[in-house]
Design a protein around this ligand. Structure first.
Ligand code: TGC
Ligand code: FAD
Length: 367
């Protein structure tokens, strides 16, 4: 029922506008409250206005949203898993009460500032720092490639302190906090990506997330978001496959539908196999997550496999559409370009390969 509801919302509300939003590089921010009304923001969290559905339910919603466009799944991932999750898991009671209900409804949009210009795959090299000044904290530094940055009412900013890496809640409008959008993207165009600038930005002591210190704070949030990507990537792949199948049946060359050629059928069958395998991996992972049995390496396994295969499906679909495959009249090249970002964010395919390599061999190959 949940999947059907999200699919209907995607078909009725998202698909009619998505080509225009992608082309004009615009995220329709009014969608935030509609996603909130559907209960999709922070949907896997408990209490404070959150829907409290299980991991499989969250995954299915991500699948249907990304079948429309990765930008919508990204929005929900960042809001629920990267902005609300740390407040829910590591926040004080006051922080939860102040922010979570308004974020669940979509009234307040959140963003997650971990990546920096010189610290992407290796966030341990982050330079953004926070120093204690009386009871306040003063933050300085730059965050880069931050989804929802300029439309967020609240930024979760990770910074180095004398107690290691800590998380801070920085409301938009705090003096010293500015954002600048990253333009000319050819991927994730229906999504806002920004830089965050913190210039002696002063926040009160209560802005610190009290429940976690060290890199495991932000990295644990990534687990939640990566889980959503595992499902979402298969949604994008499904949309490409469906578009290619329909096109192949109606497009005639050499006096036959191109779907009747064995080479086209081979592509369609390979696409279908990878989508079904990827969905089974996602479902298995969801059930393990619901049983609290999911290991970090298993999330890497699925993120690496499902995004890599989704991109391959998109590329095969693109070839079936011939020249039509390069226009926005069909969803394929939009998904294909989006998936290039998905391959990179939430841990690049190389980083997930190295996480798995370490799990197999016991040897770290990052440095
Ligand atoms: P390492 O020494 O391995 O770990 C430091 C501490 O963190 C713990 N840990 C984790 N905890 C929970 N979940 C995970 N996935 C964890 N990975 C590590 C670890 O146990 C340790 O804890 P403790 O208690 O011993 O201190 O850290 P490292 O510096 O060697 O880094 C390892 C590496 C390379 C795997 C990590 O840095 C990494 O995953 N890098 C990739 C960075 C990344 O994914 N960035 C994503 C930014 S956000 C984003 O892309 C949002 S896109 C938004 C959208 O969907 O639109
Ligand atoms: P780099 O880390 O510089 O990597 C460049 C290349 O080198 C990659 O191929 C990488 O795999 C490879 N590489 C790096 N280290 C190794 C190694 N040890 N061995 C082998 N190869 C290696 N970040 C946030 O914090 N919040 C967000 O909301 C957010 N949203 C994003 C939205 C979009 C659209 C994009 C594109 C990115 C977003 N990111 C966000 C940033 C994203 O997480 C980073 O881009 C990603 O972690 C990689 O960092 P980087 O781009 O600096 O690449």
């Amino acid at each position: 029922m949940l999947q059907e509801t999200v699919r209907r919302f995607a078909v009725d509300r998202l698909l009619p506008g998505v080509e225009e939003w992608f082309e004009s590089a615009e995220f329709p921010s009014e969608i935030a409250t509609e996603l909130g009304q559907l209960g999709l923001l922070g949907m896997h969290l408990q209490g404070y206005g959150c829907a409290g559905v299980n991991a499989v339910g969250y995954g299915l919603a991500c699948l249907e949203l990304e079948a429309a466009d990765s930008g919508f799944r990204s929005f929900v991932s960042v809001q629920g898993s990267l902005a609300m999750f740390p407040i829910s898991a590591y926040g004080s009671e006051e922080q939860k009460e102040e922010w979570l209900p308004r974020m669940a409804s979509g009234e307040v949009i959140g963003c997650f500032g971990l990546t920096e210009p010189d610290a992407g795959s290796d966030p341990s090299r982050m330079r953004t720092n926070a120093r204690k000044d009386g009871s306040d904290w003063v933050l300085s530094g730059t965050k880069m490639w931050i989804t929802n940055g300029s439309i967020a009412g609240l930024a979760i900013v990770w910074a180095v302190t004398d107690q290691g890496v800590r998380g801070f809640l920085v409301p938009a409008g705090t003096p010293g906090f500015h954002t600048r959008d990253i333009k000319r993207k050819l991927s994730l165009r229906a999504s806002v990506t920004s830089e965050l600038h913190l210039d002696e930005c002063r926040v009160p002591g209560e802005a610190l997330l009290p429940g976690v210190s060290g890199l495991k704070g932000p990295l644990s949030c990534l687990n939640e978001a990566r889980f959503g990507v595992v499902w979402g990537a298969m949604g994008a792949a499904r949309a490409c496959y469906e578009s290619a199948l329909e096109y192949a049946k109606s497009r005639t060359q050499f006096e036959r539908p191109i779907a009747s050629f064995q080479l086209t059928q081979q592509k369609l069958v390979d696409m279908m196999l990878e989508i079904q395998k990827g969905l089974l991996v996602a479902l298995h992972l969801g059930r393990m997550k619901d049983a609290s049995q999911l290991a970090v390496e298993q999330v890497s396994f699925a993120k690496l496999n499902n995004v890599r295969e989704a991109l391959e499906v998109a590329r095969k679909a693109r070839t079936i559409l011939g020249a039509s495959g390069i226009t926005l009249e069909y969803p394929v090249i939009r998904h294909m370009n989006n998936l290039e970002s998905v391959l990179t964010y939430e841990g690049t395919s190389e980083i997930h390969t190295l996480i798995l390599g370490e799990a197999l061999t016991g040897l770290r190959a990052f440095t």
